[in-house]
Structure formats: C-alpha cells, structure tokens
Design a protein around this ligand. Sequence first.
Ligand code: GLC
Length: 396
Amino acid sequence: MDEMDNLYLKVLQKNRMLTDGFHYTVPSADTYPYQWLWDSCFHAIILSHYKADDAKAEIFALLSKQLPNGMIPHMIYWKNSRKAAFPKIEWGKDGTSTITQPPMLAYAVWQIFKEDKDRKFLEQIYTHLYHFYKYLLNDRDPHEKHLIGIMNPDESGEDNSPRFDLPLGLPPKQTRDQSLKRRLELVTQNIECKFDAPFCMRNFFWVKDTAFNSIMVANLKLLAKIAAELKIDEDAIYFMKQAEDIAIAMREFMMDDGLFYSTYGKDYKKIKVKTWAIFTPLFAEILSREEATKLVTKHLFNKKEFWPKYPVPTTALDEPAFDPKGFWRGPTWIATNWFIYKGLMKYGLKEEAEEIKRSSLELIDKSGFREYFNPLTGEGLGAKNFTWGGLALDMD
Ligand code: GLC
C-alpha cells in the first residue's frame, strides 16, 4: 500500500459514522457532517475496494430513508451530526431533504457486486432501486419526452454551476450568496407545492440537465444488468429501453454542433454554457467513436477551454462565468475527473484517460484530499479531508 492510500485510510477513518445502527460516510467531518446521496454512492464505490460490507452499509443507510414515492433524498440529517460550516437547510420534512441527486446508486451497487458477487445483496435491495428509478422515470418526465428533469440546481450536485444561471435569472459574474438565495427560494416553493415534482418543475425550475441525464442512462443500463442477474427479464428489457429512449431524446433536444447542452423551459431552450458536462455523454456511451474523438481533441485537450495546468476545470476557461475559485464555476473536482476518466476508458481512449488520472493524483499529492482545486494553480480549496478524493484511487 502506498503513502497516498495510507493517507486516504485516515480520511475514511475520520469520516465514517455510526448512527441508529447505520454506518455511513460523511463528505468531510468538519464541513459536511451529514449523509449525501451521490457522495455516498462515490463512497460505496471507493469502499468496495477495501471491504464490500462497508460499501453495502453505506447503501443500506441511504435506502433506510427512501421516501414512500420512491425518491431518495439528497441529504440525511442523521441525529448525532455535529454542527458544521454547512448550514442546515429546512427542507420542510423531518430528518431529510426533499430533493434528490444524480442517480449513481445502480453504478455503486453494481460495483459492489463486481467485487464480491453477492446475489443476496442484490435481492435485498432490488425493490428499492426499482422504485427509485421508476420515480425518476415517472415523476421527473411528466410529458414523456424521455428527459429527466431536476427541480433545483442542487439536484445536479453542482449547486452554483453556470449551467443554471439562465433559468435562475443570474448573471455570469455572481456571488455564492446570490445563487444560494435563488436556490433557497426554490426550496420554499417546493414546500409550498407539497413536493409535487411535475408541478414544481413546470412552475419554478424546468431544467433537463445533461450530466444528470447522462448519469441516468449509464445507471439504467446497469440496473438492467442487475435485473438480468436476478432473472427479472421483463425489468431488464424495460430499463434498457428507457436508457435508449433517454439517449435518443438527448440527441434530439440537447445536441448542437457536437456538444450536448442542458435545456430549460417547456420549449427546451439550450443553455449554451460549456461546462465539464459536455463530456458526460462519454460516460453514458451515447456518442459514436468518431464523435467522441472529436469532442476530446477539440474541447478537452484545448488549452483555451478545458486544459489548464491542473485539469479538468468544471467550467471552460473561455466562459464569462469562469472563476478559478468559484466552487462549480471553474475549479477542478476529483469526481468530475472520475466521470471523464471512466468515459474515456469506455471508448478505449486509454492514454487520454491516463492524463486525467495523472492530473487528479498530482492535485492530491500537491494539495491533499481537498473538496476542489484551483485549475490554474492547483491550490486546494473548500473542505479538508474530503472523502470523494478516493475516487482517484478508483481510476484503473
Ligand atoms: C456540495 C456539493 C454537492 C455535495 C455536497 C456534499 O453541496 O455541491 O455536490 O453533494 O456539497 O459534499
């Protein structure tokens, strides 16, 4: 085990928690002392390499708070959570939030299954997975256009990304408070409309996000594999078909000159801001080999867009919104690098993927397991001892 592995084990030790009999991992004990949905999926992926049972515990903790409609909340405020820098937002419900996050659950579960081939685990949790993805397919696509909608930027996991400036009515240069204020307004409206997702989306925030839909496509394909493993052939066929339909709709509504953009409003206006999300169709495997190579050459390895000294910035360098310290408005994050790495590998672009791995390890080596990094200088920013960093160790 090398030095980085050892350091990471210390981070894990600090961030693993036990409440009400549930084991879970917080993103950072000092800054983010709660459990988050996509974070826990990342943590389960990482934990699967150390101890599959710990990874399973992470999933069981998430599923324990699934709502009756199938939605899995993006935050669980476990009771003994410590006070932290992160404000405890009132979501109108006891103990959890009322929005969700990118559906990485099937990926995490399949990753655990690949490690220990425990079919019993799949049997135990399948109904939960089924209802979660059915909720997204039904409630988040009320017009049956096969694109999944989000009702708050935080559901994308990229809270203040410039992808959401237009629908929020915010300028490219803005403060984090300005963005938070608008997102909290959406929380209040969500409570007022009794968490009715189609209503909230139609009236307050109607966005079909590229990254969210790419993640959905990749996960539905894995959910189909899980169903097939359990010999529920009907579901396997159904979920695969849903993945294909979303991929077709992404091409129809999001694509412009080779790039996939998030859309907003009932007429699906494209939000033409270049963020790392333009690379997520690689993860979903919805590009032809030729399209993939073109995307990577023209945009990823382009010094004016996504290839500064410490890639990959979450917002392109030539966007007016680019801010090297601005949370999701420029900094490099290990999780987004991980998605790009996996996407490149799916297309056999191994050398290109190695570059992403090298950059990720270099950032951790230089600045530690930080939440995000300045893409121009490599400076570590945000929370310390951030658990997502372990995804760099899953780049293989
Ligand atoms: C921030 C991030 C979000 C993450 C959460 C906990 O809100 O934007 O993606 O889930 O912190 O780490």
